[in-house]
Design a protein. Structure first.
Length: 112
């Protein structure tokens, strides 16, 4: 069985790859939408399941923060016009923060 942390990390990296402007234009729409929906599900799992059970721990807070960033990134991928203007303008910051969380998860998994 694959640990959920590995799945969430892979979702973060896949979402980042699809959300950056060069890939957003090249990647076929069905693939973008699929990755966006999977990223949304992983982000909601992070927020509603893991973070809600471990909110006072470091990894619970990391799951909450990365989950929010994953949900935002999934909305950038699926339909960015649904977001308010200030969140659309914050896209580079959101993607950079998600990259930081993805690196944190990946390094921790590698060390295990």
């Amino acid at each position: 069985m694959i640990p959920m942390g590995s799945v969430v990390t892979a979702c973060m990296f896949a979402g980042l790859i699809v959300a950056v402007p060069p890939m957003a234009k090249v990647c076929p729409r069905p693939i973008r939408l699929s990755i966006g929906v999977i990223l949304l599900a992983a982000g909601l799992w992070n927020i509603l399941w893991y973070a809600s059970q471990h909110f006072r721990e470091f990894w619970g807070l990391a799951a909450f923060c990365s989950g929010v960033l994953m949900v935002l990134t999934s909305l950038y991928i699926v339909k960015a016009s649904w977001l308010p203007l200030f969140l659309r303008r914050a896209k580079p910051v959101v993607l950079l923060m998600l990259l930081g969380f993805a690196a944190l998860y990946a390094i921790t998994i590698y060390r295990l």
